[in-house]
Design a binder for this molecule. Structure first.
Ligand SMILES: [Zn+2]
Length: 253
């Protein structure tokens, strides 16, 4: 299984998934068609599936053109079938879907939008988290509430630690600056920031990240930890209140 990030628009990533054994090719969240078509042409590949984590325009913008060109099937959450263009295959929370030879578990993770899902490739331990979990950040809460978003992030936290995380945007550098501001003595975070600086100075993607790294360094995944609660003067506060505080701080950052 080969995964290639395709930069789209200003800071989005679509991902081409190429399962050579079963000759199955998919794209995650194509915000626009031309960069996807150009990559597929170069590699002489056809597209079988278009997978959408959620309905925002910068994740589905290429659906119709790609579907028409390749006769590809559009895959998304059943609850969003009215707002994902060209949807053919509707999936439910906890459902197992098959991509080539791979079993894909669907996690419904509302908060950023109410119909947001994560595609988790179980054997490969690969998660496509869209705009819910970013490297060192999390998505803005547009349709859900903070409790819902925290529950969704906790679902991702419960995946195996060595899961590779592929998210929807290259926001990592700015996210790291925010994490450092409020979690300044976190040694793992500092180490990760050094790696991020190096990658970005060469214009390379910081994605994938690993769940293990994120658990140690992503402030939004640390809202249940006492050391962070103390730093934020929120000792003994409930996790979701700490999460709300951090999300509010980030919205003003
Ligand atoms: Zn979005």
């Amino acid at each position: 299984m080969q995964i290639t990030p395709i930069p789209c628009l200003s800071d989005n990533y679509a991902y081409i998934i190429n399962d050579k054994d079963s000759k199955t090719v998919g794209v995650i969240d194509p915000s626009e068609a031309p960069p996807i078509i150009s990559f597929l042409n170069k590699k002489n590949l056809k597209l079988n599936y278009i997978l959408n984590t959620h309905h925002h325009f910068d994740h589905i913008g290429g659906n119709n053109e790609l579907k028409k060109l390749y006769d590809a099937k559009v895959v998304g959450f059943v609850g969003d079938k009215h707002r994902i263009p060209g949807i053919d295959i509707t999936l439910k929370d906890n459902e197992n879907w098959t991509f080539g030879n791979s079993s894909v578990k669907i996690l419904h993770i509302p908060g950023h939008t109410l119909g947001h899902i994560c595609f988790f490739f179980e054997q490969e331990k690969i998660a496509f988290t869209g705009d819910t979990l970013f490297s060192l950040g999390c998505g803005k809460i547009f349709e859900g509430d903070h409790k819902q978003m925290l529950t969704s992030l906790n679902k991702i936290k419960n995946l195996p630690k060595n899961t590779k995380i592929y998210c929807g945007h290259e926001y990592t550098y700015k996210n790291a600056e925010f994490c450092i501001k409020h979690d300044s003595d976190n040694i793992n975070l500092k180490k990760k920031f050094d790696v991020i600086k190096k990658l970005r100075s060469q214009n390379l993607p910081t994605i994938p990240t690993s769940l293990e790294d994120e658990l140690k360094s992503n402030i939004f995944l640390r809202c249940d930890q006492n050391d962070l609660k103390i730093k934020l003067n929120m000792k003994n506060h409930e996790d979701y209140k700490v999460f709300k505080k951090v999300r509010d701080l980030k919205d003003c950052f």
